[in-house]
Design a protein around this ligand. Structure first.
Ligand code: ATR
Length: 255
């Protein structure tokens, strides 16, 4: 859709690599004359290892979701963080500076957005995870110099208030769309709840809606990170709004 919108002659195809065959698949793709690729779960760490050059944001995220091929060079970048920020701040008109932000989860998805969120200078950025030690490790990696970021357990969120609550856990991937806040009582209150998942209403979203929070899913993040990848490959910034609207309509038709 971006290519059609900007008049770019390109082909973008899905490729399924075998679990142990990412590098082989990628090299075969490059040999075909490919100029770039997006990389998704579970290969974002392998992609960082195969890159010959990395952007600062890929190094900070510890993962690569975008590759650019140029001769023998494989450049790795990460557009997930900027994708989330653009969705929050432009599409949802949210201010993060000076706000109290809760990030749920401490896996790859949380790691990829932690530094970009911090760069917006929230008053507090609390990372809460089921396994608290994992959240502690993630925060420790960011460095001790930043006093506004802290790691906590899920139960300690009881009764707390946040301006923005972001679900970066994979809890909602199961059939029931489980919320990481299930069992936290009383549930933390907030103004805006964002689930990085898209395609269905998760329990996290449903509970937040029932509490009166403004709620969004991660479809906008998907489109915005893709737009940033497109920009890396083609040097043109596509208009994300019509693409997001078309995907939203398409999802609506399937549910
Ligand atoms: P991803 O790369 O998608 O982040 P991951 O590295 O497997 O995937 O991390 C999944 C995250 O979701 C973790 O923070 C995980 O918590 P643990 O570190 O305790 O495993 C969190 N998560 C998964 N299922 C969950 C659930 N049912 N309740 C709360 N947190 C959950």
């Amino acid at each position: 859709m971006f290519a059609a919108q900007t008049g770019q002659d390109m082909t973008y195809v899905p490729k399924l690599a075998p679990a142990k065959g990412f590098a082989t698949e990628l090299r075969a793709f490059i040999a075909l004359g490919a100029r770039g690729a997006n990389v998704t779960v579970p290969f974002k760490l392998e992609a960082i290892a195969i890159a010959t050059q990395l952007s600062v944001r890929a190094k900070l995220a510890g993962a690569v979701n975008t590759l650019c091929f140029n001769g023998d060079e494989i450049y790795g970048d990460n557009t997930d963080g900027i994708g989330l920020l653009r969705d929050l701040m432009q599409n949802h008109q949210l201010k993060l500076a000076g706000r109290r932000v809760l990030l749920l989860g401490a896996g790859g998805a949380a790691r990829g957005v932690l530094r970009p969120l911090l760069d917006e200078q929230p008053a507090d950025l609390i990372v809460a995870n089921r396994t608290e030690a994992r959240a502690q490790r993630l925060v420790a990696e960011i460095g001790p110099a930043i006093s506004s970021v802290a790691a906590v357990s899920l139960p300690s969120l009881a009764g707390e208030h946040f301006d923005v609550i972001i679900n970066a856990s994979s809890a909602g991937l199961d059939e029931a769309g489980t919320s990481p806040l299930n069992g936290v009582s009383p549930a933390p209150t907030g103004e805006f709840a964002y689930d990085m998942m898209y395609g269905r209403e998760t329990q996290f979203m449903a509970h937040a809606r029932a509490q009166g929070l403004r709620v969004a899913d991660g479809l906008g993040m998907l489109v915005e990170q893709a737009a940033e990848s497109f920009y890396l490959w083609r040097g043109i910034r596509p208009d994300t709004k019509p693409v997001l609207a078309a995907l939203r309509a398409d999802l609506g038709n399937k549910h």
